[in-house]
Design a protein around this ligand. Structure first.
Ligand SMILES: *Cc1c(COP(=O)(O)O)cnc(C)c1O
Length: 215
């Protein structure tokens, strides 16, 4: 896999490549870094903290997957974006820890678009209620930048496409209702190794890709 080429091809389409480095050895991560990749994502706080200490300082770290409130403090000094915010309490914890570090942390709202059971991610209705009740002026250190979702793990291409279409439409609805004129609200984080092409066709602005890059 020529990651540099891949990243540039995505860039041409306005899509950011987030390299999911979880479970990968440091030397492989460094290889991608040497090829120009700067955005890496981890799903475990301890791993992100440890890896950051052993890798170049200009890496931009994203947190993906469920994040426990009591762990925000460990990544708040450096994390660029948190992809899976699914309740207001987590937003307020991120605000508190970002403020302590005098930083702004970018966040994405996670939606449950897959047909699989999982306790993570909101639906449109829940997000609308949360955003209606949210005093955004009380969150000066949090920037809500868009939405994130994971499609069902299946071979059913029609189902996957439908889920990406759903996420895109959730994004458009929220943009109109709550973020009109907010240029920072622009990201649709969808697409992984197995489904990134379809995600891009359906409007992804950010793909989170692991295994495919490290093959
Ligand atoms: C692991 C993971 C990915 C990357 O998965 P691949 O199939 O290896 O590309 C993307 N998003 C999330 C939330 C993940 O946990």
């Amino acid at each position: 896999m020529d990651v540099t080429r891949f990243r540039h091809d995505l860039q041409q389409k306005g899509v950011t490549l987030v390299a999911v480095s979880k479970t990968q050895p440091l030397d492989r991560i460094r290889q991608l870094y040497d090829g120009g990749q700067r955005i890496f994502a981890e799903n475990r706080v301890q791993d992100m903290v440890a890896r950051r200490e052993n890798l170049p300082a200009d890496i931009i770290w994203h947190h993906i997957g469920h994040l426990q409130k009591n762990k925000v403090k460990y990544i708040a000094p450096f994390v660029d974006m948190i992809h899976a915010v699914d309740d207001a309490e987590l937003l307020f914890e991120i605000e508190k820890q970002a403020a302590k570090n005098n930083r702004i942390i970018k966040c994405l709202l996670q939606f449950h678009i897959a047909s699989e059971e999982t306790k993570f991610g909101m639906d449109l209705n829940e997000a609308a209620i949360m955003l209606k009740n949210l005093d955004r002026a009380a969150l000066p250190h949090v920037e809500i930048c868009g939405v994130m979702g994971m499609a069902t793990f299946t071979d059913d291409q029609t189902l996957i496409r439908k889920e990406f279409v759903t996420l895109k439409s959730i994004f458009e609805t929220l943009k109109k209702q709550f973020f009109a004129g907010d240029h920072g609200f622009k990201e649709i984080s969808m697409g992984m190794s197995g489904d990134w092409e379809m995600a891009v066709e359906e409007g992804s602005t950010m793909v989170r890709i692991g295994s495919l890059l490290f093959q």
